[in-house]
Design a protein. Structure first.
Length: 388
């Protein structure tokens, strides 16, 4: 019996050393993957829902699409087709949201000297062989924080991660420990799924999807499912120009910037959609373009001609109860040598003087659909709730 006991203890110690060696290799692999990552961008589609837990009733469902870029170790966000320069996704999307999925979370777990790890052994994950480790990161590491309207606080967190035989990350879970109740949050958890993808001429371990669940102290569960697609390298462009002095006078007029057009405080104009909006596939954040059906006249002159191009995005496309609400955020009208800024105005869009509210998510505006823009300068609007 004494000999068996010694053999069992020896086997335990050999496994412990083996696990520590494997963990060191995993940390190195994660660090090298992050160090090698080029600047890149992906399309992030977020399916959001809020459920009242006591009844199971869905309060709201919404799909939002943004562009997210990983640039010099930081994440930046923007609307599709627009600049990607916003570090705080919470300024773009209402409700619960999260970031750090591209590299910050894994870096904070594996590079923190205060993190502790425990090997949980060989397992299967979605039918694939894997090894699971459990981890904990204390609040003192200041590696994860929660931000709400009530403030910001660093929190402790724990979870698990899975790796394959090549030591590539397959999944990471993250559960926050004891969030401050003053924030109105009873608990929050995230799941990140990874896969090896090609960026440029090399492959990297990148997130392919994530899920964030936030349970409020008032019994509301917010759930966000994230999908990352169309990832590609983010390359800055430089242009070399060789001036031709002889051509300068001829091209001078073409180089003039478009004139900024002053608009009347209030105007209404009809326009046609340049591309369809399908309730089954569109999302908040998607770009919207249109063409004016008629000109806008002010002080006896046409300030916006027929055929001018209108641009913006889907601001909200959400199901509340049994009604589907569509809201467009129109930002500019452009034509040859002219530009009109629509920001700072209340811009409502309707169809045949009816708000864009439907009893089914299967609505569709075909290309050329006729809509109406009602635009008012904000200084003439009192006690109105303006959503960005």
């Amino acid at each position: 019996m004494r000999g068996i006991g010694r053999l069992t203890l020896l086997g335990c110690c050999v496994w412990s050393v083996r696990a520590q060696t494997e963990l060191a290799k995993i940390k190195t692999a994660v660090a090298e993957n992050l160090d090698r990552l080029p600047n890149y961008t992906c399309t992030e589609t977020i399916q959001k829902s809020a459920v009242r837990k006591s009844t199971g009733k869905v309060i709201i469902q919404e799909t939002v699409r943004v562009e997210v870029a990983y640039v010099n170790g930081e994440e930046l966000f923007g609307w599709p087709g627009s600049k990607i320069d916003e570090p705080d996704i919470g300024k773009m999307i209402s409700g619960s949201s999260g970031n750090g999925y591209f590299g910050l979370i894994s870096n904070n777990i594996f590079s923190s000297p205060e993190a502790s790890f425990q090997n949980a052994g060989a397992v299967e994950l979605e039918g694939r062989r894997a090894v699971r480790y459990d981890y904990r990161v204390p609040r003192s590491a200041m590696a994860y924080h929660i931000k709400t309207d009530s403030g910001t606080a660093f929190v402790a967190f724990h979870g698990s991660f899975w790796v394959n035989a090549a030591l590539d990350l397959m999944r990471v879970t993250l559960i926050v420990d004891d969030p401050p109740l003053i924030f109105g949050i009873a608990g929050t958890a995230s799941i990140l799924d990874y896969e090896r993808q090609a960026i440029g001429s090399s492959t990297f371990v990148l997130p392919r999807g994530a899920e964030l669940v936030v349970n409020g102290t008032e019994g509301i569960e917010d759930r966000s499912r994230l999908n990352f697609s169309a990832c590609h390298q983010f390359v800055g462009e430089s242009v070399l120009k060789f001036d031709d002095p002889a051509a300068e006078p001829r091209d001078a007029a073409a180089k003039l910037p478009p004139a900024v057009i002053a608009l009347p405080d209030d105007f209404t104009v009809e326009f046609n959609l340049d591309a369809p909006i399908d309730g089954t596939s569109a999302a908040g954040g998607d770009p919207v373009q249109g063409t004016l059906r008629e000109g806008v006249r002010w002080k006896g002159q046409i300030v916006l001609p027929k055929g001018a191009r209108l641009s913006g995005r889907i601001a909200h496309m959400a199901l509340r109860g049994d009604l589907y609400y569509l809201e467009l955020a129109l930002t500019a009208i452009d034509f040859e040598r002219g530009h009109a800024d629509l920001t700072g105005r209340r811009n409502g869009v309707s169809e045949e003087d009816r708000p864009l509210i439907f009893r089914t998510a299967k609505f569709k505006f075909a290309r050329g659909a006729r809509l109406t823009l009602h635009s008012r300068l904000l200084k003439s609007v009192h006690n109105d709730s303006i959503r960005p």
